[in-house]
Design a protein around this ligand. Structure first.
Ligand SMILES: C[S@@+](CC[C@H](N)C(=O)[O-])C[C@H]1O[C@@H](n2cnc3c(N)ncnc32)[C@H](O)[C@@H]1O
Length: 206
């Protein structure tokens, strides 16, 4: 069964999009997009040969014609695309990938770490975060971002906690910080107390 996270990634895809799924792994997103006819075309890529073979097998089993590329980021892609999904990787990898001049103007991003660093650097690289959707799956929160070329001035609060406006997510972050406060060094403690004041404000506003 297709996961809520994959469905949420797909929810940002539009009919006219030609989607390149970077780091496709099993290829589930490509399969979902293609079988449901959600966009013009889909391309799959991965840096890892085995991952790409797993995607190719899954496409063949379903009789889906999806072009596959062994590629680090955009490097080896020689077909047209206007949208890229980069999901299930860390922020440093994602930022390295999107620094390429082959990066399209529409991105759908799901990073599993360092979200403030991601938001800050997306802005620095000339991208704006248009929307963030938060998904809770198997006790883990995922933040899925729709990102377009453009200027944006995010506030400190938005850089830290995003623009999802999701109360349950803010409460989760606050509870996590409160646990962390007991185990981190003194200088980090101050930072967490400061963050918790902001989170409490966000929660009270809702
Ligand atoms: C955890 S999987 C995520 C799979 C899928 N995108 C998802 O969100 O469910 C991460 C995949 O990204 C691939 N990957 C990591 N760095 C990459 C890069 N620089 N270029 C392309 N693929 C990369 C890995 O090989 C792996 O298959």
């Amino acid at each position: 069964m297709i996961s809520t996270r994959i469905k949420t990634l797909a929810s940002f895809v539009e009919k006219d999009d030609v989607v390149l799924d970077i780091g496709t792994d099993h290829g589930y997103l490509c399969i979902y997009l293609k079988e449901n006819n959600l966009c013009q075309d889909v391309l799959a890529s991965d840096i890892n040969k085995n991952a790409l073979m797993s995607a190719q097998n899954n496409f063949q089993k379903r009789n889906l014609d999806i072009k596959c590329y062994l590629s680090d980021g955009f490097n080896n892609i020689d077909s047209y695309y206007n949208t890229s999904v980069i999901a299930g990787m860390g922020t440093s990898t994602i930022l390295n990938i999107i620094k390429s001049d082959k990066c399209p103007s529409k991105l759908i991003i799901d990073s599993h770490n360092e979200l403030p660093k991601l938001r800050l650097n997306l802005n620095k690289l000339g991208f704006k975060i248009v929307q963030e959707k938060v998904v809770l799956e198997k006790n883990h929160y995922y933040v899925i971002m729709l990102v377009l070329k453009g200027k944006q001035q995010l506030t400190e609060t938005e850089i830290l906690f995003g623009i999802s406006n999701n109360l349950a997510y803010y409460k989760y972050l606050l509870a996590k910080n409160k646990e962390l406060i007991n185990v981190v060094p003194e200088e980090k403690k101050k930072e967490l107390i400061y963050q918790n004041e902001i989170l409490t404000g966000l929660i009270e506003k809702k």
